[in-house]
Write a protein that binds this ligand. Sequence first.
Ligand code: ADP
Ligand code: ADP
Length: 225
Amino acid sequence: MIQIYDMCKAYQINQISIQALKNINLHIKQNEFVAIVGPSGSGKSTLMNMMGCLDVPTSGTYILDNEEVSNLNDDELADIRNKKIGFIFQSFNLIQKLTALENVELPLIYLGIGGKERLGKARTALENVGLGDRLDHKPNELSGGQQQRVAVARALINDPPIIFADEPTGNLDTKSGVEIMNLLKELHKKGNTIILITHDNDIARQADRVIRIHDGEIVEDRQVV
Ligand code: ADP
Ligand code: ADP
């Protein structure tokens, strides 16, 4: 599903180059549940941005689902994201002015799916995360855990094979965090490839494989027993 060869990413700030990723080689198969762990500044988000087609590497090759994506332009990357990838973020990233239902409908609007079908799908997605009775609530009328479940419903609405979750439990209380992790585990059982970014070893251990990154390099890659 994911093949990365000699990937480097450098950021330029005032003529100084920061090597955020140094020669990453990584393969992730379909239906793996992988956690990427490491301290703040180690390169987790940069790696997720590359794997999630939010940005392109400085050098190296990235093959996603048998397609080379390292050299695509912004529109082509957006197209791949819309079709193949669902994102869940620490801060939920919901649009405050829109209801839960409207937030979940958004990706379908970008895909040009018509009103009635869109509404039906969005409603079902919210029902599937236990929010069938919160369709018309705005984010500020929902708890953190409920907001993250709306974000999960939005991430799943186009049935993407790959889910990236960046510190998905970081802003949640313990109980809501467990619920979100359980949702990810269910998705994994249903066949999704899950890539979880976290600084929390207890969360990481719930994946099947833990990849540890430090100073832009993979320092450990192990199966959880
Ligand atoms: P993590 O997610 O593990 O906290 P990041 O991938 O955000 O790590 O950061 C890795 C390194 O790259 C850090 O040194 C960070 O300061 C730098 N970095 C990340 N994003 C940018 C950016 N947009 N511009 C410049 N430097 C960046
Ligand atoms: P990144 O993905 O670039 O690491 P985050 O927004 O996830 O950025 O985290 C920013 C900082 O906050 C990091 O130092 C991270 O380790 C820390 N952090 C994130 N979530 C938590 C949390 N639940 N508890 C404590 N620290 C956290």
